[in-house]
Design a protein around this ligand. Structure first.
Ligand SMILES: [Fe+2]
Ligand SMILES: [Fe+2]
Length: 154
């Protein structure tokens, strides 16, 4: 996070604070995503990575939407490791579920909706339509790999 620079870091923290306020963001800590990383920590990693990639490469994006969409991309709020039929297709279904939960707590814009809905591409058929959505696809896969491999190295 230090690599973001003071001003960008302050902006990231501001969006994070606004996103946590009055929402169920912190409840994502009750559920594991990969290895021993909770969904909340995973979403923080992904948002930081997505924002870092955009800043590092000078990609012109809606920065607030990029951070918020990434923070909420896995806002599905259930334990997908429980063995049941619904969870066997979690990979395909959770973007839609995360979007429905996020819509309950936030006024999302089109960029954020696109990001959440299409972040599992190419597992799900339709690709993102926004730059922010593509950055999220990339950041999510980088973080998921790091969290999974990192856990196996322990
Ligand atoms: Fe996801
Ligand atoms: Fe994710």
């Amino acid at each position: 996070m230090k690599r973001l620079g003071e001003e960008k870091l302050r902006f990231f923290k501001k969006i994070l604070k606004e996103t946590r306020k009055g929402s169920r963001f912190d409840q994502m800590d009750d559920f594991i995503q990969h290895g021993d990383t909770t969904v909340r920590t995973h979403c923080l990693h992904v948002a930081q990575t997505a924002y870092y990639l955009a800043c590092r490469h000078g990609w012109k994006v809606d920065e607030a939407s990029l951070i918020r969409g990434a923070l909420l991309h896995d806002y599905f709020l259930y334990d997908w490791h429980v063995k049941c039929l619904a969870n066997s297709i979690h990979g395909y279904t959770h973007p839609g579920k995360a979007l429905r939960q996020a819509e309950k707590d936030f006024e999302l814009n089109d960029i954020e909706r696109d990001m959440i809905k299409h972040h599992m591409f190419p597992l799900t058929i339709f690709p993102p339509r926004t730059k922010e959505g593509w950055i999220l696809v990339l950041a999510d896969k980088i973080c998921a790999m790091g969290e999974t491999i990192g856990d196996r190295m322990k």
